[in-house]
Every structure is written in C-alpha cells, then in structure tokens.
Ligand binder design. Sequence first.
Ligand code: GLU
Length: 284
Amino acid sequence: MRKHTMGLLAMAAASALALSACSGAEVGEPTGEDTAAGGGETIRIGIKYDQPGLGLQEGDEFTGFDTDVARYVAEKLGYSEDQIEFVETISANRETALQNGDVDMIFATYSITDERKALIDFAGPYFVAGQDLLVAADNTDITGPEDLEGKNLCSVTGSTSAENIKNDYAEGVQLVERPGYADCATALASGAVDAVTTDDIILAGLAATEENAGKFKVVGAPFSEERYGVGLPDGSTDRCEEVNTAIAEMIEDGTWEELVASNTEGADYTPNADLNPPEQDACE
Ligand code: GLU
C-alpha cells in the first residue's frame, strides 16, 4: 500500500515536471537567472530547449549540436563555459530576442533568410539541413509534400518550415502551428495530425528519443536547403567575422565532424555530404 502511494506521488511529480517543461517551451522565457550573477562578463546564447540532438534542456544540462557549436565558438571569442548563459529562444521569438538585446547570439537551427537578414545579422552557415516530413512508422501514403492534400500537418510558428508550406503547398493542407517541434511530435503520436514538417536533422532527433522509439519515421525526401546561421544583432559585422573564423577553425580541426557524429549517434541521420560542411558567407 505504502509503495503504491509513493509510486503515485512520483508519477504526479514527474507529470508536474513534464508540464512545467512544456509551458516553459511555449512562453519562451529566459531561465530567470540574473545575467550578471557571479560577476565576470557573461554571454547570453539563445538555443532551443526541446530539440533532442540539437538544443535540449536536460535538468541543468544543455545538450546537442547547437549547444556544442555555441560552446566552441564562445571559447574562441574568449568566454569559458561558465561564462555562458543559455536562454531559450523558440522559433517565433528569435529576431525579437536579438532586437531587444535579450541574447547576444543565437544557435538554434536558425536558417539564414533574406527576410530575417533585414532585421538581424547572421554569421555562418555552420550546417545545412533540408526540410522533410515525419510520419507514423506504419504510414505508407505520405512520401513527400505533394501527398499532403487533405492531411493535417504540424509545424512551428515563425519557422521557415511553416512558411515554405504556406508558400508552396498550402492547397488542401490543414496546417496546425505549435510553439515547438516536440509539441508537434506529441500531436503526431496522438493521431491529431498526420505528419510533422521541419528540418530533417530535427525530425531524426525527435524520432530517436527513447519515448518515441519505433513510433515515427522520417520520409527522407528533403525539399529545401536550410543553412544554419548564428543569429547576431543587426550591425554586428566585426562579431560576425570573429564567429566565421571560429566556425572555419572548427571545421578545419575536425571538431565539426566529431560534433555531428556524437550528436546524431543513435539517430537515423547522415548530413547531406554535397552541402556539408558548408563554407561561411561573407559578413555584411
Ligand atoms: N531551420 C528552420 C528555421 O529556422 C526550421 C527550424 C526552426 O524552426 O528552428 O525556421
């Protein structure tokens, strides 16, 4: 009896945790820590908190390719790991976070686009992904975006993924927008949607979690090029040059390849070798 009660309590605690993790992702608020805490200059880096293998909050730890690239670049800029403050930047809030000075840099599967470049600066790219579809493991009728007519599709507000669907495939597709891709994966698991769309590397990471094991598959027919840049406030040409130098070194010294391998381990994913590792754009 006693054991049983404890089990229920533990379950209640776990679901409370899951709920608070969820609402954090939706609100997209900073962690609440004082930026200047502990003295010494810190750098505030925007990342995703709910993208396994890219940017993931696990207790006090932040894991994934974006967080590892961020640590490497920050070190080259003179910031040790304990001078980094990671802040959650959901897709819809990234430009605003840079414009308001809430973060100094963003490493968050952030595609370089002309629309975004009108508001902020980008260094990079440091990776090139492609937009793809995630479906139930036993799905056979969705093999590409042209099969989406009459289907419910989930993507994320403020992403190029949602934008590309609206621009090129809107007809007959019921697009559901959520704050993050983990929310979309939940909708797919419950059958509320037929597919999720975003970058293949994000989908592969979601499909490979313990929780989702065996449930989903990535269709594997990418239909865009998503060049991941480092978001910087408008007018950051010098900082952009420094970041590009760091990225070029990271590729040159073999770290890039190691970080791709370690962060996609267990996921069914191979980067497009024709596009990776990429050359960095000139800073404007
Ligand atoms: N790379 C795309 C974008 O920047 C999709 C992934 C994301 O939302 O972070 O919008």
